[in-house]
Write a protein that binds this ligand. Structure first.
Ligand code: PMP
Length: 384
């Protein structure tokens, strides 16, 4: 057995179960395990490594920031968090208020807290939605296997069928503080709602005076070929939450509130020691500037299409179709064989995962090359 995995067990570590591999190095979209075997990383740390591993811009920004100024108390401020907040608002194209966190779950906790400042308490979320593992985020999450052992969970949350506007409109009442949903459900297997769902949710929230919170932790920061996926539907949420790709490998999350939500969210209402720490923010700035500077949003759309067409073009009876957007794709199988296919792809040197028994998820770094995409399609054909 791998020596690192053995040590993991002896050290009593416990997160997602016994690790499937131990890695020692990464460069671009390629990572190397402790035996020296190389893999093309089509999982990107599940959508975290926006620019791949050891991207020179991130390495330079982080190194420079560590040398110049590390963590300071959040009574003070430094340039990187200010610049990153400015940039996020500029990308959203709206004025607002930003609070930085350390993770996606915490960004959603912040949104949950803001919703209480409306004076209302009821929340509507979605079946299958995933918002994190802290108690509040778990209450929003619509995956009973993850949340049921921890009941009672905070708040009064109604879960509705993702994509169903009539159910949503029935669930939202005069006491609904917020509706929270993912533009595309990532953990649930890259589930895409019908066109017009986000716009419909916006209308329902407007009529009831509820906040619309979009969890863009997995879909944001270029993942789908847009800075934020909701921009593809041209709607304006009251709050967006971000994490994962924002830090390009460093821990950071953000809760970005606009309009009425921003006014409610007065300074001092939320905070965390490391939130907005200069090093993570320097990484975030490098990520966003590189995506913009290298035209990666267009690249994401192109390679995403290439992958979709290539996989569907395999015309294999085990493949039903490909869903998702940009570089967040779910290969839907006609049988519950996703774990076996993922394991075989790993043998062949490609990392993917199986968020559902019949779905393989692709979420590679945004810098994945057309050659690497072709190689995955070929390997998938071979494995099938
Ligand atoms: N929201 C979504 C949509 C996610 O995919 C995740 C993580 N998979 C989270 C929230 C939680 O983020 P974190 O693990 O950083 O707490």
């Amino acid at each position: 057995m791998s020596s690192l995995i053995e040590r993991w067990q002896q050290a009593g570590m416990n997160n997602y179960g016994v690790p499937q591999a131990a890695f020692v190095r990464g460069e671009g979209a390629v990572i190397t395990d402790e035996d020296g075997k190389q893999y093309v990383d089509f999982l990107g740390g599940i959508a975290v490594n926006a620019l791949g591993h050891a991207h020179p811009a991130v390495v330079a920004a982080v190194t420079q920031q560590v040398r110049q100024l590390g963590h300071i108390s959040n009574f003070y401020v430094a340039e990187p968090p200010v610049a990153l907040a400015e940039l996020l608002l500029a990308l959203a194209g709206r004025a607002g208020r930003v609070v930085f966190t350390n993770s996606g779950a915490e960004a959603n906790e912040a949104a949950f807290k803001i919703s209480r400042l409306t004076g209302r308490t009821h929340v509507v979320a979605t079946h299958g939605g995933f918002h994190g593992r802290t108690m509040g985020a778990l209450a929003l999450t619509g995956q009973p296997a993850k949340s049921d052992p921890f009941r009672p969970l905070p708040g009064s949350v109604t879960h509705t069928t993702f994509g169903d506007l009539s159910e949503l409109s029935e669930a939202v009442t005069a006491d609904t503080a917020m509706v929270i949903l993912e533009p595309i459900q990532g953990e649930n297997g890259v589930v895409v709602p019908p066109a017009g769902y986000l716009r419909g949710a916006r209308d329902i929230c407007d009529k009831a005076g509820a906040l619309l919170v979009l969890d863009e932790v997995q879909t944001g920061i270029g993942r789908t070929g847009h800075w934020f996926h909701h921009q593809s539907e041209g709607i304006e949420p009251d709050i967006i939450t971000l994490a994962k790709g924002l830090g390009g490998g460093l821990p950071i999350g953000a809760c970005v509130a606009f309009g009425r939500a921003a006014e409610l969210f007065t300074p001092g209402a939320h905070g965390t020691t490391f939130g907005g720490n200069p090093i993570s923010c320097a990484a975030g700035l490098a990520v966003i500037r590189t995506i913009a500077g290298e035209g990666l949003l267009d690249h994401v759309k192109r390679v995403g299409e290439q992958l979709r067409r290539g996989v569907e073009g395999l015309n294999h009876p085990l493949i039903s179709h490909v869903r998702g957007a940009g570089l967040l794709l779910g290969i839907v199988l006609t049988a519950p064989e996703a774990a076996r296919v993922a394991a075989a792809l790993k043998e062949a040197g490609f990392l993917v995962n199986a968020p559902q028994p019949d779905v393989i998820r692709l979420a590679p770094p945004l810098i994945i090359s057309t050659e690497q995409a072709d190689a995955l399609i070929e390997a998938l054909g071979g494995v099938l």
